[in-house]
Structures are given as structure tokens and as C-alpha cells.
Design a protein around this ligand. Structure first.
Ligand code: ARG
Length: 459
């Protein structure tokens, strides 16, 4: 039996290994419903242009409805012999409706067909990612609201730097994920163009109406060069780049969650349902979810590199290399979607140990900068203030006490400008409340930032 659509040209069949090597149906069948959607729009246009009859179009629609039902019910028979999702569906269509099915591929090639399918798939995936990014930002904002006044040490170089509020720290991630959403939206604009009509590479001899198909499928525009339309996958690379940045943010957050949950730090606890135990150590509760997310970031980066490398040596126009774009793309989408879902759930499973955060902020002279700023406000040049406080910190180190625990007389040895009002400045609450400007850590600024994010999310 001659299974291949092109077998008339060949004198011998391909080996089973070649068949398996060149086939993509076992992964690209994921595009099936998009493939049908694209085919229906194409058929509608062919009929409107008088290229096929209205009767043929009706038959194609009937057949496709049947095929869609089979796929959704899970009883569509996918055949390796038919190579990919496109030929499997076309073959079944012809089985169901005869010659009308054979006319569907008029003025079309699998090259523009597959490029269309991927774009439809990616557009839907981006919309899912955008919705989940919103959910995650909302969940982190809720947690930030509960912790607008919770004080923790802020770090630079992983050394205690200045006190911040935990709410402010969480909102830093909300900002990052907001830019990730912007990058996804921007990528979506370039994904949302129609390649169909490019046919194999040069266009077609039939009087097609590409704008009509674009409109039917909800594309913003058509790809304006047929060679470009079938050959480039820059939009997929761009998407994977945006996904890599997103995962990089997830990974940084994961690293912090893991550290915060370490008993040595003890800033948070993560609900049991996101952790697992050890097969040998009965006491263990490990933060597996953030650790895995940190690990999965690597595979998304890998897919970005894979796609860039896939593209770099290809002459125009379509080459079979491009079939290799799908698995990295699918895996990137799956990884990002699952990660966003699980992080959104996990945000509500975080217990904040505010007393431990506060205790940690009281170590390491987190308010030393506040003391320097205090002296500047009393007229000392900043560099001199910096030096005076450095001496005070060394004295505290020797005396094993905090700046706020020194007596006024002792403090005045470092600068006579220091007066009784200094102690308000040296408290953690005074320190955070003083950073009261847009983008600062003061609790009322955190609340203003939360209102800003909530308004954004409501849009
Ligand atoms: N399965 C192919 C892909 O994913 C479809 C296009 C094949 N075109 C071709 N001329 N072999 O890219």
C-alpha cells in the first residue's frame, strides 16, 4: 500500500528507521486543533474566491467536525506512516469526504501550514502564560499586603545591608514578573501574523485572499514575504528568550525561598504540600518545588540555545530542520505554565516567621546608613559622617552590641552632633519608614505600590 502522499515520485519505500527518524506525528499531533482551524479558514477562503466549490467547502467542514470529535474523544488513529499531524488529518479527511478532502491542499503547502499552526499554538500559549503571570503577581501582592510592615534584613553581597519590609521584597518580584508579561505581550505581536498563502516558498498561482484568512484566524496582519513566512522561526526564539528571562526570575525567587526555609535562616515555612521528605532521614522536609523550578530553568535556557542553533545555518527558505522547533517549544510552554501555576498556589502556602526576620535585621548594624544620614542632616558632609559611623560600628563590634544599644555619651565620642533624637533613627521601624518616596521600602510606599499593581492587574 502506498501510504506517502508523494509516493508516485519514488521507486522504493523508506526504511522503518528513516520513517521513524523523519516522522513528527508523535509530538506535533499536539497542533491538531490548530491545524484544523487553519484548514477551515483556508477552505472558507478557497470557496469565497471560487477556487473550490461551496459544496466542497461544506464537505470539508463536515469531515473536519468529525475529525475534531475523534481527536477530542481520543480515538483518532495517528499513523507514523503518515509522518506528521498535517498528513494524518488530510488523509482522514479524504477517507471521510473523498475528493473534497483532496482539494483542501490547493494553493497551500505544509510549509506555510505548519508555520501557521505553530503561530496559532503560540498565541494561545502566550495568552495562558499572561493569565498565569497575572495570577502569580496577584498572589505575591496579597502576600506583600500582609507583610507591608514586616521587617527583614535587606542584603547586598549576602551581607546585612539595610532593613527592608518583606512586602517590599516581594513586590520586587511582582515588578519582574510584570516586565515578563510585557515581553510576552510584545512577542505576541510578532507571533500574530499569518504565513498561510506563502505556500511552499514562492506564493501560489491561485487567486487567494490572504487578508481574509488572516481576519478569520484573528491574525493582525499577514507575513509580507513568502520566503520569510515559511522559513524563519525568530518569533519562537524570541518567545523562548522571554521565557528564559521569566524562568531566571523564578529561579532567583526559588533560590531565596530555599534559603529562607533553611533552619539556619528560618524566615519562612513552605506548606507541606509543596515539600517532600527523605527516604532515609526521618526529620527532613525539603523545599522540592522551588529547587525543581531552579533546575527547570536550565532546560528552558537549553531550548533557547537549541532553537538559535537550529536556525543559524539554514539557507532560505524552508528546511526540514525546522521540524525540530516543536519539542523545545512545547517543553518551554509546559515548563513555564506548570511553574507559574505551582508558584501561584505556593504563594498562599508560605508562612512568614516575622520574629526571625526581625531578629536577623537587628544583627549586622543594618541602621548604620541611617546614622550617617542623621549626621548629614545635622550638617556633616556625607564622607565624614560615613567615617564617624564606621568607627562607631567597630566599637560596637568590640563591645558586642548594636548601635542602638550604645549610650548617648558613648555615641557622642564619634560625633558631638549626636543627640537624644538619634535613637528614633536607629530603630528598624524608623529606618524603613524614613525611606518614604516612590520605590522606597516605607510601609506606606509599599501600600501605594500594591494599589498601583492591583490597578494594573484589574485592567
Ligand atoms: N512536519 C513538518 C514540520 O514540522 C511540516 C512541514 C514539512 N514540509 C516539508 N516540505 N517536508 O516542519
Amino acid at each position: 500500500k502506498k501510504a506517502e502522499a508523494w509516493s508516485a515520485r519514488f521507486s522504493e519505500p523508506v526504511s522503518d528507521l528513516v520513517k521513524r527518524y523523519t516522522a513528527s506525528v508523535f509530538f506535533d499531533k499536539r497542533l491538531a486543533l490548530f491545524d484544523i482551524e487553519g484548514s477551515l479558514a483556508h477552505a472558507e477562503m478557497l470557496a469565497a474566491q471560487g477556487i473550490i466549490s461551496a459544496q466542497d467547502r461544506a464537505e470539508i467542514e463536515r469531515g473536519m467536525a468529525h475529525i475534531r470529535a475523534e481527536i477530542e474523544a481520543g480515538n483518532f488513529e495517528w499513523l507514523l506512516d503518515l509522518e506528521d499531524v498535517h498528513l494524518n488529518i488530510e488523509k482522514r479527511l479524504t477517507e471521510l469526504v473523498g475528493d473534497a478532502g483532496k482539494r483542501l491542499h490547493t494553493g497551500r503547502s505544509r510549509n506555510d501550514q505548519v508555520a501557521t499552526d505553530i503561530r496559532l499554538y503560540m498565541r494561545a500559549a502566550i495568552d495562558d502564560i499572561l493569565a498565569l503571570l497575572n495570577s502569580l503577581r496577584g498572589a505575591l501582592t496579597d502576600l506583600a499586603e500582609h507583610n507591608a510592615d514586616t521587617i527583614m534584613p535587606g542584603f547586598t553581597h549576602l551581607q546585612v545591608a539595610q532593613p527592608v519590609t518583606f512586602g517590599h521584597h516581594l513586590l520586587a518580584y511582582v515588578e519582574m514578573f510584570g516586565r515578563d508579561a510585557e515581553r510576552m505581550q510584545d512577542t505576541r505581536r510578532r507571533v500574530n501574523r499569518l504565513p498561510l498563502g506563502a505556500a511552499a516558498l514562492a506564493g501560489t498561482t491561485f487567486p487567494i485572499d490572504r487578508l481574509r484568512v488572516a481576519k478569520t484566524l484573528g491574525f493582525e496582519d499577514v507575513c509580507h514575504n513568502s520566503l520569510d513566512a515559511v522559513s524563519d522561526r525568530d518569533f519562537a526564539i524570541e518567545f523562548t528568550a522571554a521565557a528564559s528571562v521569566l524562568m531566571m526570575h523564578i529561579s532567583r525567587m526559588s533560590e531565596e525561598l530555599v534559603t529562607w526555609m533553611s533552619p539556619r535562616v528560618g524566615f519562612i515555612d513552605i506548606a507541606d504540600r509543596f515539600c517532600t521528605g527523605s527516604s532515609i532521614m526521618p526529620q527532613k522536609k525539603n523545599p522540592d518545588v522551588p529547587e525543581l523550578a531552579r533546575g527547570k530553568t536550565g532546560r528552558v535556557y537549553g531550548h533557547l540555545m537549541g532553537l538559535l542553533t537550529l536556525m543559524k545555518g539554514q539557507p532560505l527558505a524552508y528546511n526540514k530542520d525546522n521540524q525540530e522547533d516543536k519539542e523545545p517549544l512545547f517543553d518551554t510552554v509546559d515548563t513555564v505554565l506548570d511553574t507559574l501555576r505551582i508558584f501561584t498556589d505556593m504563594a498562599s502556602g508560605i508562612t512568614v516567621k516575622a520574629e526571625n526576620m526581625r531578629a536577623a535585621a537587628l544583627q549586622g548594624y543594618a541602621t548604620a546608613t541611617d546614622l550617617a544620614d542623621y549626621l548629614v542632616k545635622k550638617g556633616l558632609p556625607f564622607r565624614d559622617a560615613h567615617e564617624a559611623v564606621a568607627h562607631a560600628v567597630r566599637a560596637c563590634d568590640d563591645a558586642k552590641c548594636d548601635l542602638s544599644e550604645m549610650s548617648l555619651e558613648r555615641l557622642r565620642e564619634f560625633s558631638p552632633l549626636i543627640e537624644q533624637d538619634v535613637f528614633a533613627v536607629l530603630t528598624l521601624e524608623g529606618s524603613v519608614a524614613a525611606r518614604d518616596h516612590v520605590g522606597g521600602t516605607a510601609p506606606n510606599q509599599v501600600r501605594a505600590a500594591i494599589a498601583r499593581v492591583r490597578a494594573q492587574l484589574a485592567e
